[in-house]
Design a protein around this ligand. Sequence first.
Ligand SMILES: Nc1ncnc2c1ncn2[C@@H]1O[C@H](COP(=O)(O)OP(=O)(O)O)[C@@H](O)[C@H]1O
Ligand SMILES: [Mg+2]
Length: 371
Amino acid sequence: MTSEFAVEMRDVVKKFITPEGNELNAVDHVTMQIKNGEFFSMLGSSGCGKTTSLRMIAGFEWPTEGEVYIEGKGMGHTPPYQRKVNTVFQSYALFQHMTVFQNIAFGLEMEGAKEDEIKKRVGRALEMVQLTGMERRRPKQLSGGQQQRVAVARALVKTPDVLLLDEPLGALDLKLRKEMQLELKALQQQLGITFIYVTHDQEEALTMSDRIAVMSKGRVQQLATPVEIYERPVNKFVADFIGESNFMEGKIKSLSGNEAVVHVPALNAEIRGMPMSQNFVNGEEVVVSVRPEKIRIAEQSAKGDGLFKARVLNSVYIGSDTHVYVDMQGLRLKVMEQNRISRLDPSSFYVKEQEITLVFMPENTLVLKKD
Ligand SMILES: Nc1ncnc2c1ncn2[C@@H]1O[C@H](COP(=O)(O)OP(=O)(O)O)[C@@H](O)[C@H]1O
Ligand SMILES: [Mg+2]
């Protein structure tokens, strides 16, 4: 390996002219470094520039500005077939009239590989995706998950250093998608090759990735591990996009290294939270963010700091959890409680208009920049 990084994008911009004649930065000064052997995801809603980024790595598009590096080498206008990357597309586009074997062998035949070489490599690729014995079937005779695995095998047969996957599970139903997520992750770990995975599905990204780049409007909002992204979102966009968050407007009253005291006018109270930026100033208007499962409903008799009275608006039982919507002096919050105990006893339910006490732990209460 010549470089610590399998792939790098350095300050990459991709401009398109829209059908309306406007200039659009589909990818807007993106920098990311993807490590060798890493499962890396780009996560963001439709149109945020994920596919365009992947296509520039693959060589189907060229950056307007900046540069893509593979194994430390600037790619310039290197064509796709000269890059050690291979792509699995969302519509996996198997040839319907060809067998599984022929589908997987196709790329090798194009390269003029010898017959016994092709046989050996297709066999190995089929083994990797656990489809040995299915060589003679046609795509129609396979389940959706199996077709997906053929598409992956077709990309793996060329032994790329990096596999690019553009929403490869998009066409599958939820249950199968979850199975395939674990399967692809296991395959990646077993092969040790770098996966760059594009998805708009946050749970998918959190499940599979070593690191995630959260993207919006062509920009990287945060690049970090799943845990960091969920527990320590750097801004309101990420806190809102990944999982659920309650937001409150506030103003900084005092700051120390790892704690901020924030006045929340709506509550006429002060909340202690963790400042998620180094450059807050006293008096700054901020957003306080708390995840629903990080708010605890305390015993009625509870006393002390960080307790807030709230009134139940609605309580929804969803089996594994109960979602409690509350009003805290005009602020509407969502609280999630795991159903550790059976709720068969009606008195274990929260009821409309009930007064409850909420606890916020400062380390779970994030102070974010107002954007
Ligand atoms: N060839 C193109 N010409 C003009 N606009 C494009 C082209 N390809 C993509 N775009 C635009 O660039 C933006 C990013 O697209 P894309 O990378 O496909 O997003 P994503 O994969 O995250 O959904 C979108 O607004 C899309 O409409
Ligand atoms: Mg896309």
